[in-house]
Each structure stands twice: as structure tokens, then as C-alpha cells.
Design a protein around this ligand. Structure first.
Ligand code: NI
Length: 428
């Protein structure tokens, strides 16, 4: 498949943040030309006139739990422990593989229609999540959320290793990564085992880290150090990884994460909704950490919407630091695209340039919320929304265009299946 986008305002996200009015050509899964209009002998399967609208790399959602779309708007306005132990965990116990499959596909529809082209997912029933991501055409790194609560430690580690070997190297869009659920849900033996797997495969390990004040206080009381130092002391971060949330980290924690080449993934909407607080984003950036953005799952957010996360990440830092100049739009966009690609290890999807993967989105600027045109990068962060996205391409395939999905599974089937599942598990 060859596609020519023309009359585009191209935001490349390259090192110089180049933007130009021109064309982008795609052959199979790669970008083969990005530049000013020029003549060619190439014949294209499709030529798409972007009519002056934005063409840019897609957003990278670096932390999500896709099947949790099934719990959207089911357990809101509750304290964290009630939300988790009384509402979410009992429902999760009832989920089968097929449920997880349809819940993930619902998330994929939302990612595609909102301009997200890659996600880092963490859930269970791994095979089913991965099958849905593959069937939906998403670029995905599935991060195992190992947890043993002190039991079956070796079994958990063995399963993770066998899944790691089963799923890597099969589908160019899918990777399987090592991960630990959180400091407070695993034994120290499991941390040592995760570090051994990381060493064996030279693979990063990702984890929920310092999400709540209680998590940090409990860890300090039990082990005499903060969660980042406790996790790192077991060697878990020796090959880097992603640390999710990091709401309650101090400068020493941040310096440690930087020294271990760990990317931090912030989740502003989830942290606000569960009343966990505001991550010290500016401080982490000042320490040189690669900071990316995630939505978390739809049970705690409830929208898998990178525009909303970008907006919140910026304005919350302005309020928290008392500096309106903090976290400008350009920095936030870089976090949502380029930093996210690096955090997930999808380095070939970080910008628009020849040879890069064609993970592209088109954003409509001929809408009231984007007019008049002054600074489109500012508009993308402060006034744009999911509804401005009118085309999403992953690996050279157009999966969403002008309100229609082309992922091979009818969206109405997905909605019907998900409603059926929710009715069943709530009433069971
Ligand atoms: Ni999470």
C-alpha cells in the first residue's frame, strides 16, 4: 500500500521541531518521503488532500489498562481502597479471556479515534489483550504486571518468562515487556526474580511507583527507604524501565531514576480523580528524566484521551509551581509523542522522517476551537480535543478516517459485546 498525503501542515517532531507545508509519502509501513511538494514516478494507491490540516506522529499512551474500559463509570467518586477492593477487584475476578478481548478492542477504538498510535498496556490474561491489540492493528508493548502477594513466586516468574519468549519477535507491532505491579503487591523474592530476568534478557522492567502517600509511608516504615530506592536496591531498574505515576517522589528519588535511565510516565487525570495528588513534573524534567504521558485505565480516568492528559499536565504544573511559564505546550507535545516513543522502546515511531514507521494522525484545524490560526502547537495542547482527529494510521495502515473505523471488526459488535459482558459480571 502506498499513500501520498499532500497539502499538509507537517509537524515532524524531529530534533529541530521542523514544521512545513508539504507532503508525506508512505510505502508499506514506512515513511519514504517528507518534504516540499515534488514530482515522482511512484504511483500511489491513495492520494489524500489534507487541505492545510495538521499531519503529525501519533500520540504514545505510555500507561494504560485497556480492558478496564469495561468498568468505565461503574465505580466513581469513591476512595481508593473502596474503589479497588470493593468494586474493581471483585469484578476483575469474574473476567474471562474473551471479556478482556472485547474490552481491549473497545479501548483500541477509543485510541484510534483520539489519535493514539501506540500504548503500553498492563493487565492479566495476556494472550487475550495481545490478540485484541493485534486484531485491532495497534502498536503495543504489553507490560506484565507481576504480582505474587507472597505466594507462587516462582510460578509467576516462570509464566512471565514464557510469555516474554512467546510474544516477542512475532508481530512487528507488538512487544512483550517485563513488569512488576507495584512495590506493595510483591514479595522481595519476586523483585529479585524480576531483576534476574531483566539481566538475562537485557530487558527493562516497568512498575507502578510512588503513586500514593500511603505507599511511600508504608515502604519507608517497612524497609527504611522510599519505593524507588527499595525497588532499585533489588536490581530491578538495572536495565531501565518505566515508572508509572511518581506522584510522591523527591529530588533524591528523581536523581536515582535518572541515573538508572528509568522513564517516568505521569497520569494526571487518574491522580486527580483518585485524589493522589500532582506529580512534580517540572522537578523531574529539571533532573533530566525522560518523562512521558499515560491515561491509566478507564476505571480511574475515565477517558483514554491524550489531549486531556496533555492539557492537565501543563496547567497543573503551572498551578503547582506558581509559574505560568512552566511546562509550555511544546514541551508537553514532546512528552506525548517523542518521549513516549523512547519510554516504550518504539524509537522508530518518534517523528516524521524518511525511514521511520508510518504512525501518523491528521488533525482538523478547520474547526471553531482551532481558529484563528496563531500557534498550532499551543492550540494542540490548550484547545484541541479528540474530535479534531480525523485520520489515524499505524504501520502504514489507515485504521480510522472521517469517523469510520477500518480495523476489520465492526464497532457496533464491540459495543454490544462490552455491554453484554458488563451486564453479566455486575449481576452474576
Ligand atoms: Ni495503572
Amino acid at each position: 500500500m502506498t499513500v501520498r498525503f499532500f497539502n499538509a501542515y507537517v509537524l515532524t517532531f524531529d530534533d529541530n521541531n521542523t514544521a512545513f507545508n508539504g507532503e508525506v509519502w508512505v510505502e508499506n509501513d514506512k515513511i519514504v518521503y517528507a518534504g516540499l511538494p515534488k514530482k515522482t514516478n511512484l504511483s500511489f494507491d491513495r492520494e489524500i488532500d489534507l487541505n492545510g490540516n495538521i499531519l503529525m506522529p501519533g500520540f504514545k499512551n505510555c500507561h494504560t489498562h485497556s480492558p478496564m474500559t469495561l468498568f468505565r463509570s461503574y465505580a466513581d467518586d469513591l476512595p481508593l481502597d473502596k474503589w479497588l477492593f470493593e468494586k474493581i477487584f471483585p469484578l476483575e475476578d469474574k473476567l474471562c479471556g474473551e471479556d478482556v478481548y472485547w474490552g481491549t478492542l473497545l479501548a483500541v477504538l477509543e485510541y484510534l479515534s483520539g489519535g493514539t498510535t501506540a500504548v503500553a498496556d498492563m493487565y492479566f490474561l495476556d494472550d487475550w489483550v495481545i490478540k485484541a491489540m493485534a486484531d485491532g492493528g495497534m502498536r503495543c508493548v504489553f507490560v506484565k504486571g507481576m504480582s505474587d502477594l507472597g505466594k507462587n513466586t516462582q510460578k509467576v516468574l516462570d509464566e512471565c518468562e514464557s510469555m516474554f519468549n512467546k510474544h516477542n519477535g512475532k508481530n512487528p507491532l507488538i512487544k512483550y515487556a517485563l513488569g512488576v505491579h507495584a512495590e506493595y503487591t510483591v514479595s522481595r523474592d519476586l523483585l529479585d526474580g524480576a531483576a534476574a530476568l531483566s539481566k538475562k534478557y537485557c530487558a527493562p522492567v516497568s512498575i507502578h511507583l510512588s503513586e500514593s502517600k500511603k505507599e511511600v509511608a508504608d515502604c519507608k516504615e517497612k524497609y527504611g527507604r522510599t519505593p524507588p530506592f527499595e525497588i532499585a536496591s533489588h536490581g530491578v531498574f538495572d536495565n531501565g524501565g518505566m515508572a508509572y505515576h511518581c506522584v510522591h517522589i523527591d529530588e533524591k528519588d528523581a536523581e536515582l531514576l535518572k541515573s538508572k535511565n528509568v522513564s517516568v510516565v505521569i497520569n494526571p487525570a487518574s491522580n486527580l480523580k483518585l485524589a493522589n495528588g500532582i506529580a512534580p513534573l517540572q522537578m523531574m524534567i529539571d533532573k533530566g528524566i525522560n518523562v512521558a504521558i499515560g491515561t491509566d485505565g478507564a476505571a480511574s480516568n475515565n477517558a483514554l484521551d491524550m489531549f486531556r492528559e496533555m492539557y492537565l499536565a501543563s496547567v497543573l504544573q503551572k498551578a503547582a509551581t506558581g509559574k505560568p511559564e512552566a511546562l509550555p505546550a511544546e514541551t508537553i507535545l514532546k512528552m506525548a509523542v517523542k518521549n513516549g516513543a523512547y519510554a516504550m522502546g518504539f524509537d522508530d515511531c518518534d517523528c516524521i522522517a524518511e525511514g521511520k514507521h508510518a504512525d501518523l494522525i491528521a488533525v482538523d484545524i478547520k474547526k471553531p476551537n482551532m481558529q484563528p490560526i496563531a500557534n498550532l502547537q499551543k492550540s494542540l495542547v490548550f484547545s484541541a480535543g479528540k474530535s479534531n482527529v480525523f485520520l489515524t494510521m499505524i504501520g502504514g495502515k489507515i485504521l480510522y478516517e472521517n469517523g469510520k473505523f477500518f480495523m476489520g471488526i465492526d464497532e457496533n459488535t464491540v459495543y454490544a459485546k462490552c455491554n453484554e459482558i458488563v451486564r453479566r459480571i455486575v449481576n452474576e
